[in-house]
Design a protein around this ligand. Structure first.
Ligand code: SF4
Length: 374
């Protein structure tokens, strides 16, 4: 398949591995944060870490929308169902993420809550059309990639007069999370970033330039195929060896410097920055999420229903918060593979198809060296 097969070729992977081995400085250690869960899965599914020299280490980042959603927002969604009798439309990954009190959306559904798994915002709109007497709430999550479809759904609902439809907005912003990681009081040691590819196809590569300029961090926008990841690692290593820190774009087949302006304008019509938002693992971050503009208030579940701020704890022993900051890796969690498995997840990183713990479990569990926060 075009754009897939050529980025998985074994002979090219061997050549790139050789180039990386020849380029690394044996006297230094390279810590490269891959921002996206998609990168993490590519690294483990295709054995990319095993092709790296021992002094090149991938550090997993927070780029998994299900993983970074804090427990309190899942509690809020369950309250919408149990206290306000809404039909809640959600993506399947969220169903099994632990909520407070050993609850989850799946358990709330089993207890009689009307919670429906959808594949797209269009499914949620269809459910609203089919149930005109019932309030329907779409549980919107995700980074800049999934924001435009939610904006379209809200505009479509208004155009159709779908008064029973609203959105519980949890859309978050990538650059804010990157800044939070770098500005942390005890920042994790990261030499460079593999930047997200799908997000960057919307926002472009320009928003990362500030991190190269102000924080002296090289960034390469990296595609999700194994050769993309390896080529991007080589580009980062070359920059680090040369003492450079610029934004490079390995994923030029889909990403431009300015991104998708149409999608950006669409999102800005419907959403505006939220003053602050809680991220699992990163805490409260200013201007790191979106809320629905007042012009679309009728479709904002947070204006329609009382949604309290809930600061809930993660399951005791779950290391998801530290993993999402890059301070720990899944094998540092004592629950991995014992108490916590995909069938019985204790944290969001094991549930999501983009979660680091799910990647370790599926492709390379208990392999690789442990890391310490720097
Ligand atoms: S293995 Fe399970 S409990 Fe441990 S950090 Fe991952 S999700 Fe949390």
């Amino acid at each position: 398949m075009k754009y897939i097969d050529e980025f998985r070729q074994q002979d090219l992977a061997k050549q790139l591995a050789g180039a990386i081995a020849a380029t690394v400085d044996p006297g230094r250690h390279y810590r490269l944060m891959e921002f996206c869960g998609g990168h993490t899965h590519a690294i483990f599914r295709y054995g990319v870490q095993d092709l790296m020299p021992a002094n090149v280490e991938f550090v997993h980042g927070p780029g998994c929308p299900v993983c970074v959603l804090p427990t309190g927002r899942i509690d809020n969604a369950i309250q919408l169902v149990e206290q306000h009798d809404v039909i809640l439309c959600t993506y399947a990954d969220l169903m099994r993420v632990p909520a407070s009190g050993h609850n989850s959306l799946l358990k709330a559904k089993a207890a009689g809550g009307d919670i429906r798994m959808v594949y797209s915002t269009q499914d949620a709109l269809r459910i609203a059309r089919e149930n005109p007497r019932r309030p329907v709430v779409f549980f919107a999550i995700g980074f800049e990639t999934t924001t435009p479809p939610t904006a379209v759904a809200i505009q479509q609902a208004r155009a159709e007069g779908l008064a029973n439809f609203s959105v519980f907005c949890n859309h978050v912003l990538t650059p804010a999370a990157m800044r939070a990681i770098l500005d942390a009081p005890q920042p994790v040691a990261i030499d460079a970033f593999l930047g997200p590819s799908h997000v960057s196809s919307v926002i472009g590569s320009r928003p990362y330039e500030v991190f190269a300029e102000q924080y002296d961090k090289p960034i390469v926008i990296a595609g999700f195929e194994p050769l993309d990841v390896m080529q991007s690692a080589l580009m980062l290593i070359r920059q680090l060896n040369a003492g450079q820190h610029t934004v490079e774009n390995e994923y030029s087949r889909a990403v431009s410097r300015d991104g998708n302006l149409k999608a950006q304008i669409l999102s800005a019509e419907v959403f505006e920055p939220r003053a602050t938002f809680e991220w699992r693992g990163l805490g409260l971050i200013a201007d790191s999420a979106l809320q629905i503009r007042a012009e679309y208030a009728d479709f904002d579940a947070e204006r329609r229903y009382p949604i309290p701020e809930i600061r809930a704890s993660d399951v005791k022993g779950c290391e998801c918060p530290a993993i999402l900051r890059g301070a720990k890796k899944p094998q540092d969690c004592k629950l991995l593979g014992t108490v916590c498995t995909p069938e019985n997840p204790m944290g969001s990183c094991m549930v999501s198809s983009e979660g680091a713990c799910a990647a370790y479990w599926s492709y390379g569990r208990l392999r690789g060296a442990s890391v310490e926060a720097g």
